[in-house]
Design a protein around this ligand. Structure first.
Ligand code: ATP
Length: 589
């Protein structure tokens, strides 16, 4: 069977690119699909998406701009400087290739027409090339494709090389077109369901083309193939959430990190992000933690990966994970430098059984039944209640511990895991005031915790306090673990040991049990991200809210030892309250 001409695709892309209306794009695409031979629909969908494999396979062409420019030069032989200029003025690889082909003086004597199979297979070969000689090979292949293309084909080939198709075509439009072509408009939900389950539109298209709608029955949740993530809606208040969810729901801690879908089987563990990126190699520590946590199980579970300070036990800002993800090439040290924890909140598949179509309670039960929790892999915290006061108290508690907010989850009979959709089965409720402390504070060291990891044998984190000038006592406000350079760390024992005592100082009010205690003497300058209510610190206890004190979230030592200040010169509890008010009012504006 002859393959479809690539020019047909390029012509369709050219129209789709300038079409704004979704319906018109759908019609255009459906027309293209109708003309596509059954055995080529998979390739056509991939090329339309500008890809050669589904996202989760992580297969890349690995073509740099320089290589693409060189290929354009080899195929057209127009001066390199002209190509460079086109590049600088246009920036879009497609336009550069198009213009260069237009400026090409002669049409070569021998060209072969490009067809879909030819283009696709060549791209696959390019993606497989590695090691010495691979750049040369890639260049040869790219130049070959461009040499045989028309200007229009070159435009879309070049965009495919650079990974930027820019057709403005949403996956949902491709789904519409697939439904219209191979079934009916009314069947689009089933087509979408298939896509949400296997995350691969080309596979969905192939099954539809080969077997019609029934072909989609071949699709099911598979270990190793990520599902598209379920997302949440939002409501502005807890009573509204409870009402929406029919009076009773599960309030889960909303962790602020990176969503991870883990696929676990006997011999393999794979991790995917919400964008379906396979990040297994970036988180070898998570893989290592999950193996014993789910020993002997075959499952698909979801959770949030959160960076932690192993010395304070505190969860750190989400950006810390990104810092680690930026270091693909020196991962070894990044793994130790930015340790993470995993909080699991869902179980989609367990030992041969797909649980996505069972209610939340059931899935949570499955998760609880199959996990062996450890210090670094835990179940997400949950509170089940119909009482909005209790839920609000829980929310404050979460905020106090540095959480982002809570996610209410429906307990209804149809509280299924709806892959790929944002729905009312999950409703988020977040802190809405602006974070950021207005000023640095000077805090007194009153206790310390033993160090772990690189800080083993030294102090890991310090328990810091404000001075309550009215009562003449010191009140704890945070656990400080970051901002210390090696020199300061090494100096800590000498600095602190002369103040060491064997129990909390009588002027120190602490609910926390530190490993070491000191008489209040040393003052450090600290900056935090924000001040939160806290059930575990004693600073301003009961003043901002009954049973709560104030805490500084994400504290950082500013490198300044305030030798000029005695403990009574430290930031006072009243000042902390004032800072808290400034912060809250700012949020209210
Ligand atoms: P958006 O949904 O608007 O794109 P976002 O990416 O910040 O914003 P949110 O809707 O705010 O996400 O929150 C949903 C995310 O919260 C989930 O994708 C997940 O990563 C995270 N999360 C943290 N804790 C939980 C939990 N207990 N249950 C479900 N998701 C959780």
């Amino acid at each position: 069977m002859t393959s479809m001409e690539y020019l047909k695709l390029a012509e369709a892309f050219e129209i789709i690119e300038v079409t704004r209306k979704r319906l018109e794009m759908t019609d255009m695409l459906a027309e293209l699909f109708q003309q596509t031979p059954v055995n080529e629909i998979e390739m056509v969908i991939r090329l339309t998406q500008g890809k050669i494999a589904p996202d989760f396979e992580g297969i890349e062409l690995g073509i740099s701009d320089t290589l693409a420019q060189e290929a354009i030069y080899q195929a057209t032989r127009i001066p390199k400087i002209t190509i460079k200029r086109l590049w600088i003025s246009g920036g879009d690889t497609g336009t550069v290739a198009y213009e260069a082909m237009e400026q090409k003086k002669q049409t070569p004597l021998f060209t072969d027409k490009l067809d879909v199979k030819n283009v696709y297979d060549t791209l696959i070969d390019i993606s497989k090339a590695s090691g010495t000689g691979s750049q040369k090979f890639k260049l040869k292949m790219l130049a070959f494709l461009l040499h045989n293309s028309t200007s229009l084909e070159a435009k879309y080939l070049a965009r495919t090389f650079s990974g930027k198709m820019r057709l403005g075509l949403a996956n949902m439009t491709i789904i519409d077109a697939l439904a219209v072509t191979y079934a009916t408009k009314e069947d689009r939900d089933k087509v979408e369901w298939a896509y949400n389950t296997c995350s691969d539109l080309a596979r969905v298209g192939k099954l539809l083309a080969e077997k019609g709608l029934e072909g989609l029955d071949d699709i099911s949740l598979e270990v190793g193939v990520p599902l598209r993530a379920m997302l949440c809606e939002r409501l502005p208040s807890i009573p509204e959430i409870i009402e929406k969810l029919n009076d009773k729901c599960a309030f889960e801690y909303k962790y602020d990190g990176l969503r991870i879908q883990a696929h676990i089987s006997d011999d393999k563990i794979e991790l995917f992000t919400r964008q379906l990126e396979n990040v297994t190699s970036q988180f070898p520590d998570i893989v290592k933690m999950l193996a014993p946590a789910f020993h002997g199980k075959e499952c698909v579970i979801e959770g949030e990966c959160v960076p932690v300070d192993i010395n304070t036990g505190e969860m750190l800002p989400f950006q810390v994970v990104s810092r680690r993800r930026g270091r693909k090439h020196e991962l070894g040290s990044a793994v130790d430098e930015f340790p993470v924890m995993l909080f699991l909140f869902d179980c989609l598949y367990l030992d041969g059984q797909d649980y996505t179509q069972t209610p939340y309670t059931n899935r949570r039960k499955m998760l609880e039944s199959c996990i062996f929790e450890s210090e670094r892999v835990k179940l997400a915290e949950v509170l089940i209640t119909d009482d909005s006061e209790k839920a609000d108290e829980y929310f404050q508690n979460v905020i106090g511990k540095g959480g982002e907010g809570i996610i209410a989850k429906s307990l209804a009979d149809d509280s299924f895991y709806r892959a790929g959709s944002r729905g009312w089965n999950w409703i988020k409720f977040k802190r809405d005031y602006k974070t950021e402390m207005a000023d640095t504070v000077d805090l007194v060291i009153v206790g310390a915790f033993s160090g772990k990891g690189k800080r083993a044998g030294n102090y890991g984190a310090l328990l810091m306090a404000t001075y309550n000038a009215d009562e003449g006592v010191f009140e704890t406000v945070t656990k400080l673990g970051s901002g210390f350079d090696d020199e300061m760390l090494a100096a800590l024992p000498e600095l602190l040991d002369e103040h060491k005592i064997d129990k909390p100082h009588k002027l120190v009010n602490s609910k926390m049990k530190a490993d070491y205690w000191f008489e209040p003497a040393i003052v450090l300058e600290v900056r935090g991200a924000e001040i939160t209510l806290s059930p575990i610190h004693t600073c301003a206890i009961n003043l901002a809210k009954e049973n709560y004190g104030l805490a500084i979230r994400f504290p950082r030592y500013m490198g300044i030892l305030r030798q000029d200040k005695g403990p009574e010169d430290a930031t006072t509890t009243d000042e902390m309250l004032a800072l808290y008010d400034i912060q809250s009012n700012r949020g209210g504006e």
